[in-house]
Design a protein around this ligand. Structure first.
Ligand code: NAD
Ligand code: UDP
Length: 353
């Protein structure tokens, strides 16, 4: 049985990945400081596992702690090794993710996202663990690049958050050339992960006022907020609003299983780095999204236009061919599924976890 360490496993993306890992009979170790998540997500995961006969065979452990704490990380790896079932893969999601916060607190972002990643790599090296999946972002692509975006498009992030992601990719590339350790790295560049587990037990639970479109729409739908501000109506798109590539959270989680299968596949990678987009290749405008959300969930979302948001780009969507070719992965869920599952989560958990 493979044992996977998921850093940031209590967060929005992490909890959905852990769920799938358990279902696929991987042993899962979660490390999370809970700085941007809620321990109830972990409790629900334990509940889900205990109630679901199919996934009783896999093991689940949770360690609360910070990825910058080397001794803490060593303890996590050591306990697994001592149990006779060492950690052999890491999915690294722990990090800070707000673009605007990263402008206000750049030092914190470099420390957690870059220094924190270096600490994990250091401990992995000590414990001879070489397979590493990294959470990167489409935000690292240059603003000047036209969509669909290929993996070889120019990398030129414009904010500290994006710069930390691009820097980690550079670090991984350098490490992959070190023939002493034979690292296997895959960097997954997410487009816009949205939606929730279809059970309604797991979903996105932002602290405070949501920055992102989907949770904001959900909170307007449930009357927790009055109206959605749409950032700009004069973008060079059909309806004047920005276009993004929304990807269902369960498809994104599937992409991580595909990445693990790739890293652990028969062909020995012997020191490799590859970057792969996780997107659908389909662009949806803000107005289209609001309309679909209203139709699928039979409700009204109040909206008004405001000025453009600093740093936004008119059109961003992926070329997802590489993921298909290398990982044998394609997205299966459409925008209607994303709207339905996000709303189901919101209805069942009006105040989150
Ligand atoms: P999230 O904030 O819900 O999850 C991140 C988790 O990391 C949280 O549970 C948080 O408590 C934990 N964490 C933060 N700092 C930590 C530290 N120092 N030590 C230990 N744990 C720490 O975010 P998410 O949306 O699940 O994103 C997961 C990863 O994916 C992040 O690295 C993010 O940058 C990346 N990503 C997210 C998106 C997105 O739209 N959600 C897009 C592209 C990339
Ligand atoms: N957006 C909006 N109102 C909001 C939040 C977002 O109009 O309250 C728009 C934003 O300008 C962008 C799209 O919705 O075009 C997706 O924004 P989000 O922050 O979710 O993702 P990202 O900007 O990272 O692609």
């Amino acid at each position: 049985m493979k044992k996977i360490l998921v850093t940031g496993g209590a967060g929005y993306i992490g909890i959905h990945i852990c769920l799938l890992l358990l279902e696929q009979e991987f042993d899962v170790v979660i490390v999370d400081s809970l700085t941007n998540s809620n321990e109830n997500s972990i409790k629900r995961l334990f509940d889900y596992k205990n109630k679901n006969f199919d996934i009783k065979n896999s093991t689940l452990q949770f360690y609360k702690g910070d990825i910058r704490d080397l001794e803490f990380l060593r303890k996590v790896f050591l306990e697994s090794r001592n149990s006779g079932n060492s950690i052999d893969n890491v999915i690294h999601l722990a990090g800070l993710k707000s673009v605007s916060q990263s402008i206000d607190f750049p030092g914190k972002y470099w420390e957690v996202n870059v220094y924190g990643t270096l600490q994990i790599l250091k401990v992995m090296e000590e414990f001879e663990c070489k397979n590493f999946v990294f959470s990167s972002s489409a935000t690292i692509y240059s603003q000047m690049q036209e969509s669909p975006l290929n993996e070889n498009a120019q990398i030129s992030p414009i904010n500290p958050y994006g710069k930390t992601k691009a820097t980690v990719e550079e670090i991984l590339k350098d490490f992959s050339k070190n023939k002493k350790q034979f690292w296997n790295f895959i960097s997954l560049r997410y487009f816009n992960p949205v939606g929730a587990h279809p059970s309604g037990m797991f979903g996105e639970d932002p602290i405070g006022i949501p920055n992102n479109l989907f949770p904001y729409i959900c909170q307007v739908g449930s009357a927790r907020r009055d109206t959605l501000s749409i950032f700009g109506n004069n973008w060079p798109t059909n309806d004047g609003t920005c276009i993004r590539d929304y990807i269902h959270i369960m498809d994104l989680a599937d992409g991580h299983i595909a990445a693990l299968n790739f890293l652990n596949g028969e062909i020995d990678k012997v020191g490799s780095f590859i970057a792969v987009n996780l997107g659908t290749g389909v662009g949806t405008s803000v107005l289209e999204l609001v309309e679909i959300f209203e139709k699928v969930n039979k409700l009204k979302i109040n909206t008004h236009f405001t000025s453009r948001r600093l740093g936004d780009k008119a059109v961003v969507y992926a070329n997802p061919e590489m993921a298909h070719k290398v990982l044998n992965w394609t997205s299966k869920r459409n925008i209607e599924d994303m709207c339905r599952d996000a709303w189901n989560w919101q209805l069942k958990n009006p105040s989150g976890y």
